[in-house]
Ligand binder design. Structure first.
Ligand code: PMP
Length: 360
């Protein structure tokens, strides 16, 4: 058996060196005499893993000291609620930029706690572009402005950090965190589920400016209060220790690859090659505005949709798996996160060209 190139949108490929390290540590971690899964989260060994993971994330992303880094459970979906619960701070509304199905979900959840003002939306364009910043209406009375930096399903990514119009800027970075260099100080809060660029499912990172904490809605359970989590080192209850450790290994791998800047250059090359292959063929197509195309999730269609099944099957035989598009949109989608090697993208492009030659 050999490992395949897995184009899954998440949970997705992990770097092989991470899996090898985990395998090596599986039965006995260092000199501890036990696996990471069996350790007390408050013991010396796990506390060291937790601290190193946070320090590495701070280093890789350049997170200023005025921000807290939390390692939580419940996925990015729980953050759709925790953000308004924690950040409304006495206000009644928040602004949302609607660019796809994930921002739609964030908006639906926010509406449970207050008014979600749509500052801009590309819904009428079928989520194929990002509304020009000049067309946004940012409500100055809103508590924050939320956007989704990469829409995993539509394959739409903000090319740069938008101007928040004076509001605290909140970002769902689940599917492109650590894929490009960003200035954390432009944000009030960043959240991301780990299962695309950071590790396995089951752990969620929240990076939040400390001065925003401490004004949660009444009756908020303590687990959902960022202030309480920050004060207790994300250990209000037993954290997902093994996922935290694996996330740490992924960060070490990013460091060993030369850091986020280096990974970003590789991501640019990978995405450019794949879009070029799509654009230069009339057999494949991608509908997204070139300015807003995602480097992480590349949806594409076959000219003849009846060939989709054969495409997926033959690709699988070639060791290229999970290329089906999201059930809501159909077609194909290649997710090419940090851990997808350039060789995986090359193999996909070669397969696509061969498939076109045989079926085109
Ligand atoms: N936001 C984005 C952009 C996503 O891609 C996903 C998961 N695919 C989520 C939120 C939801 O994440 P989770 O399943 O971890 O709750």
């Amino acid at each position: 058996m050999s490992r395949v190139f897995n184009f899954s949108p998440g949970p997705s490929m992990l770097p092989e060196p991470v899996l090898r390290q985990a395998q090596q540590d599986m039965v006995e971690f260092g000199a501890s005499g036990m696996s990471v899964m069996e350790m007390s989260h408050r013991g010396k060994d796990f506390m060291a893993i937790a601290a190193e993971t946070e320090a590495d994330l701070r280093e890789l992303m350049g997170i200023p000291d005025s921000y807290k880094v939390l390692f939580l459970q419940g996925g990015a979906t729980s953050q759709f609620a925790m953000v308004p619960i924690n950040l409304l701070r006495g206000k009644t509304k928040a602004c949302y930029v609607q660019t796809g199905l994930w921002s739609e979900k964030a908006i639906a959840e926010a509406k449970r706690f207050g008014e979600a003002v749509i500052a801009a939306s590309s819904k009428n364009e079928n989520y194929m572009s990002i509304p020009a910043r000049s067309t946004w209406t940012v409500d100055p009375d809103a508590a924050y402005l939320h956007y989704t930096s990469n829409e995993t399903i539509g394959g739409v990514e903000f090319p740069e950090i938008p101007d928040a119009g004076g509001l605290p800027l909140v970002c769902d970075m689940s599917s492109n965190i650590l894929s490009r260099v960003i200035d954390v100080s432009r944000y009030a809060l960043i959240y991301a589920g780990a299962q695309k660029n950071m590790g396995p499912a089951g752990i969620t990172v929240v990076i939040v400016r400390e001065d925003l904490l401490g004004q949660v809605l009444p009756h908020t359970p303590s687990l959902f209060d960022y202030r309480v989590q920050a004060d207790q080192g994300s250990m209000v209850n037993t954290p997902p220790t093994y996922n935290w450790y694996l996330l740490g290994l992924v960060l070490q791998w990013i460091k060993s690859e030369g850091g986020v800047g280096h990974i970003e250059q590789r991501n640019i090359r990978k995405a450019r090659k794949l879009y070029d292959a799509i654009d230069t063929s009339d057999f494949y197509s991608n509908p997204v505005d070139p300015e807003a195309r995602s480097r992480m999730n590349v949806p594409f269609r076959l000219r003849d949709a009846s060939l989709e099944k054969a495409f997926v099957q033959e690709a699988k035989q070639a060791g290229l798996v999970t290329l089906e598009g999201h059930r809501s949109v159909g077609g194909m989608r290649a997710s090419i996160y940090n851990a997808m090697p350039e060789a995986g993208v090359d193999a996909l492009i070669a397969f696509m060209s061969d498939f076109e030659r045989r079926h085109g």
